[in-house]
Design a protein around this ligand. Sequence first.
Ligand code: ADP
Ligand code: MG
Length: 348
Amino acid sequence: MSTLEVRNLVKQFHGASQSAVNDISFELGEAEILALVGPSGCGKTTTLRLIAGLERPDSGTIRLNHRIVASASVFIPPEQRGVGMVFQDYALFPHLTVYENVAFGLRGKKPAEIRTIVGEMLHMVGLLSFSKRYLHELSGGERQRVALARALAPRPVLVLMDEPFSSLDADLRANVREHVRGILKSMQATVVFVTHEQEEALYMGDRLAVLQKGHLEQIGSPEEIFHDSRTRFVAEFMGDSNFLPGKTVPGGIQTEIGLLQQPVDAPVSSPVEVALRADDVDFYPNGEGNSVIIERFFRGAYNLYRLRLDSGTILHAFSEHTKILPVGARVRTAISAEHPLSIFRDEG
Ligand code: ADP
Ligand code: MG
C-alpha cells in the first residue's frame, strides 16, 4: 500500500549532543502529499536527506515501493532510489536553458522521448514558451516551476521538496503554492513537502507531520492536527493557542471563565490546561465582567482582541470588524467553541 515507509529512523551528527532525527516513523500512500512541519532545526532537512540517500541513518529502515533502500545492512545510493528533489535555492543550472534544465534528468533516454517528456512538463508548468530562455531571464516563481518540472520529468516514485517557496515574495508565494499543488495533484505525485510555516503546511498537506527536536509529535489530517492537538507543542505551534488553566469536575472542566462541558480523561480535581484559539473565545462589554481589553488589532475582515483575565491569563479573541471596543473596557469573556477542545494535563 505505502509508497514510502520510514521506521524508527535515527540520525545523530558527529559531536552533536542529541539526535537530529530521533526515532521517526511514518508511512506515505501513493499520490499523497505529506507536509513535514516544525521550527528551524527540528530535523526536517535531515529527514529528507535520509530518505533521498544523501545521509546514512544510524538506525532504522526506509522502504520505497516496498524495497528497502536504507537499513542496518542495506544502503541504496541516491541515484538508484528514483526520488526527485526540489530545494529552496532551486539548484538549477544557470548556464543551461529552461529546456536543457528539465531534460537534465532524462539523460540516457532517446532524443525523441526526451523532447516529448520535456514538452509535456513545460506545458504542465505553463512554461512552454520559455523553453529557450536562460534562468536569469526568469522570475523566482518561474524558476521554481522549472525546478519542479525537472524533478517530475523522470517520473520519480517520490518527490521531496525542502522549503521550495521560501525565497519567493509573500504575495507571489500564495500564487505559486496553489499552482504547484495543482500540478502535483494532476501528476498524482507522492510528495514529502517540508516547511516551517504552519499555514503553508495546512495548505499543502493531505496529511501533516509535526516535528520538534527530531521527534515526531503528531501525524494526521490538517483538521486532526488543528482541532485535536495531542501535545502542547502542536497546539501552540499549529494554532497559536492560548492556554487556560482549569480543574476537572464531574462532566467537564471548571475554568475562570466558566464551565467547559467536555469529557476529560482525568480524575476529578486534576489541574489541566485548555488550549483556546482566538475563534474559541467570545466577549461582550460588562462592567462586572471577568476581564479587560488590553489591545485591539484591526485586521480588515475582523478584529483581533487581546484580553487579560482577572487572574492575569492572556487570551486572544476574534470578533467582527464592526465590533470596536476601547482598550481598558471591562468585558465578560466566555468559551464559545462548539467543538471539543484540546486538554493538557501537565507541561509538555
Ligand atoms: P531543519 O531542516 O528542520 O531546520 P535540520 O535537519 O537541518 O533542521 O537540522 C537538524 C539538526 O541537525 C540541527 O540541530 C542542525 O544544526 C543539525 N545538523 C544538520 N545538518 C548537520 C550536519 N551536516 N552536521 C552537524 N549537524 C547538523
Ligand atoms: Mg531545513
